[in-house]
Design a protein around this ligand. Structure first.
Ligand code: E4P
Length: 218
């Protein structure tokens, strides 16, 4: 399972790419707003800056909700950098846009997926990625990981090439289970990615090793 970082913060991306564990970046309008980025030019500049930091797919989300507007935005965004993937919401107009973009060789990430049926439609339209939001499903007492499992089964049954990009990840448990189920990618917030390195027994074990070594090597 490849890991993406779910952020528009350049410092966070810059820090984590040094460990060579990050294969790409996902953003969304809320993450851009969190960084205080507004206006088309500034958004575009941020996408280019992110693409220059990471050697992998960078999802940039359209704001339009009509097919034509989505396509106009998508062509403009995809011209910014070869690594840009167009993030399109799972709505009827979005499915039409994904079909067109796929026909023209432009990669897409169908976002806001909350059911296996939606993931099936996105795959039929030719989405490169689907983003099922597992944390937000758990928030409303539904089974986020169960959704990843259903989509995995459906895509395997019919050999769909669409990649499952688990999104809205909230815990280490989510990450472990997504990897067990066979999600192709998981996009993870900075703070949670940082926690993956640690375990209290690793910290304690290292302390003991270094103390024991220092006793005989003063
Ligand atoms: C990623 O593509 C999504 O935009 C993101 O993971 C949503 O996460 P949230 O539910 O924590 O906002």
């Amino acid at each position: 399972m490849k890991l993406f970082i779910d952020t528009a913060n350049l410092n966070h991306i810059n820090e984590l790419v040094t460990y060579n564990i990050i294969s790409g970046v996902t953003t969304n309008p809320s993450l851009m707003a969190k960084e205080g980025i507004s206006g088309k030019e500034n958004c575009h500049k941020r996408y280019i800056d992110i693409c220059e930091l990471v050697n992998g797919p960078v999802s940039a989300e359209v704001i339009s909700t009509d097919h034509k507007g989505m396509l106009d935005e998508a062509y403009e965004l995809s011209a910014l950098h070869p690594n840009i993937v167009i993030k399109i919401p799972m709505i009827k107009e979005g499915i039409k846009a994904i079909y067109e973009l796929n026909k023209n060789g432009i990669k897409t990430n169908c976002t806001l997926i909350f059911s296996a049926a939606q993931a099936l439609l996105a795959a039929k339209a030719g989405a490169t990625f689907v983003s099922p939001f597992i944390g937000r499903l758990d928030d409303v007492n539904e089974d986020g990981l169960g959704l990843i499992k259903s989509i995995r089964t459906i895509y395997d049954n019919y050999n769909f090439e669409t990649n499952i990009l688990a999104a809205s990840i909230r815990s280490k448990e989510h990450i472990n289970k997504c990897a067990e189920i066979g999600a192709d990618f998981a996009t993870i917030p900075y703070s949670l990615l940082n926690q993956l390195f640690d375990h209290p027994l690793t910290t304690k074990g290292l302390e003991i090793f270094l103390t024991d070594h220092a006793k005989l090597n003063p």
